[in-house]
Design a protein around this ligand. Structure first.
Ligand SMILES: [Zn+2]
Length: 243
C-alpha cells in the first residue's frame, strides 16, 4: 500500500520551502464513517512531522472538552476546533504572527467545512505554499455530498477514496451512512454535525436531548441502504436488534 503522505516530489528542508516556492498541494481523502480517516490523518501528521515539518491540526464537531483528532485505534493529537465562521487563512496567519511555523494543515471532519472555507484552503496552498491534507465523509445519511466534500472534490489537486475497512452487516464494503433513530433508518432531516469518531450510544441511550430519541449512524452497502435493512433479520422499524 502506497503511503499517501509522501509527496511525489522531494520535499526541501522546511525552512527553504517558501523561498524555493515548492508547489504545495490540496489533497482530499474521503470515505464513509469508520473507514479510518482519522487514523490516516494522524499517520500523515506523523510522517510530515518526522521530516521536520510543522503542522497545524484542525477539526470540527469534536465533542470532547479538549479539541483533538482521535481515532478508533487509540491515537489522538491536540487540534484546533473550528466552526463555519472561522477564517482558515486568518487562523494560519495568526499562528505565523505568533512566530509559529505552519508548513502543513491537517483538516479532519472536512465535510463540515463551508465552500468558502475550502476556497480559503486553496488560497493557503496557492498563495502561501502550505500543504493541506483534508479528511472527510463523502456523503450524508441522505446519500448526498456534504457541502465541504463537494467543494473539495471540485478544487482539490488530488482526491483519494479511502480504502474501505468497514463492512456492511452483509459483508459487502460499506459505502453509505445510515441515520438510525430509535432503531429505524431515516432518510430525511437536518444534517447534524456529528464527528466521525463520536461513540455510538448504547441501545436505549438517549443521544438527542431535543427529542429524547436514540440517534446513531450505521454504515451500509448501497443495496441495503436502498432497502433500509439494518441487519439480517428482515424486521420492520423498531424491531431490529442492533449490536
Ligand atoms: Zn449490505
Amino acid at each position: 500500500m502506497s503511503d499517501p503522505s509522501v509527496p511525489l516530489t522531494a520535499v526541501p528542508a522546511a525552512g527553504d520551502r517558501r523561498r524555493a516556492l515548492a508547489p504545495a498541494h490540496l489533497r482530499f481523502f474521503h470515505g464513509p464513517m469508520d473507514c479510518g480517516k482519522s487514523t490516516l490523518a494522524l499517520q500523515v501528521d506523523h510522517n510530515q512531522s518526522r521530516q521536520g515539518r510543522s503542522g497545524l491540526l484542525v477539526t470540527q464537531g469534536d465533542r470532547s472538552a479538549e479539541p483533538r483528532i482521535s481515532s478508533r485505534v487509540g491515537l489522538s493529537r491536540d487540534a484546533v476546533e473550528v466552526d463555519p465562521a472561522t477564517d482558515l487563512t486568518l487562523l494560519v496567519r495568526s499562528h505565523w504572527a505568533d512566530g509559529r511555523r505552519v508548513d502543513y494543515l491537517i483538516v479532519d471532519e472536512a465535510q463540515f467545512l463551508t465552500p468558502e472555507q475550502v476556497d480559503q484552503l486553496a488560497e493557503l496552498v496557492d498563495a502561501s505554499h502550505v500543504d493541506v491534507y483534508a479528511f472527510g465523509l463523502t456523503t450524508d445519511f441522505r446519500t448526498r455530498l456534504f457541502p465541504g466534500t463537494q467543494r473539495l472534490l471540485e478544487v482539490a489537486d488530488d482526491v483519494q477514496r479511502i480504502q474501505v475497512e468497514v463492512l456492511c452487516w452483509c459483508g459487502l464494503p460499506g459505502l453509505l451512512n445510515a441515520r438510525v433513530v430509535d432503531g429505524a433508518m431515516v432518510r430525511s432531516g437536518a444534517t447534524v454535525v456529528v464527528a466521525d469518531t463520536a461513540p455510538t450510544p448504547a441501545p436505549g441511550e438517549t443521544d438527542d436531548p431535543a427529542t429524547g430519541s436514540d440517534v446513531h449512524y450505521q454504515v451500509l452497502c448501497r443495496r441495503h441502504h436502498v432497502l433500509g435493512q439494518l441487519g439480517p433479520t428482515a424486521a420492520g422499524p423498531g424491531q431490529l436488534a442492533l449490536s
